[in-house]
Design a protein around this ligand. Structure first.
Ligand code: CMP
Length: 140
């Protein structure tokens, strides 16, 4: 059983799509093992996206991710990392397949509704970055 980190980004939170997005995860067999709605500080967002620090869009990315609350979740299920990426669709909504979360709820490549870990190693780092061990439920 795998876990992955999911973030419902500010545009989807402001558009009132938290429930729609969680319903999609659950209907695809992923369970919520941890969850919190938070307004990220600049420092916390910069640390999360540290690998993108040199990218030209880094400032814009941090500014967007701190513009409103985000819903952060650890999702659990068989093949959770890949399953979540499939459910989200391509990073750029213009390239996202029909029915994917980004096709449905993203506005642009920046305001793309959801984040999902890109590998199991990233998932472990990202879950630990946002959650204490005792905030993530044991397998159930
Ligand atoms: P995410 O999966 O959260 O990880 C890095 C994010 O950078 C990515 O989603 C995009 O939202 C964002 N991103 C990637 N490319 C661009 C870009 N060209 N302009 C703005 N944001 C981008």
């Amino acid at each position: 059983m795998e876990r992955t980190l999911s973030i419902i980004k500010p545009n989807a939170v402001l558009d009132n799509n938290i429930g729609n997005i969680i319903a999609k995860f659950e209907s695809e067999g992923l369970r919520i093992a941890a969850a919190k709605l938070v307004h990220l500080s600049k420092e916390k967002a910069e640390g999360f996206y540290i690998e993108h620090k040199e990218r030209p869009f880094f400032g814009e990315l941090v500014s967007f991710m701190t513009s409103a609350p985000v819903m952060i979740m650890a999702l659990e299920g068989e093949g959770a990392v890949d399953k979540n990426r499939e459910i989200m669709g391509a990073t750029n909504p213009a390239e996202a397949a029909e029915g994917t979360l980004r096709k449905l709820y993203a506005k642009s490549i920046g305001e793309n509704a959801v984040h999902g870990s890109d590998s199991q190693a990233s998932a472990d780092r990202e879950i630990n970055y946002f959650f204490d061990k005792n905030e993530v439920l044991a397998r159930f």
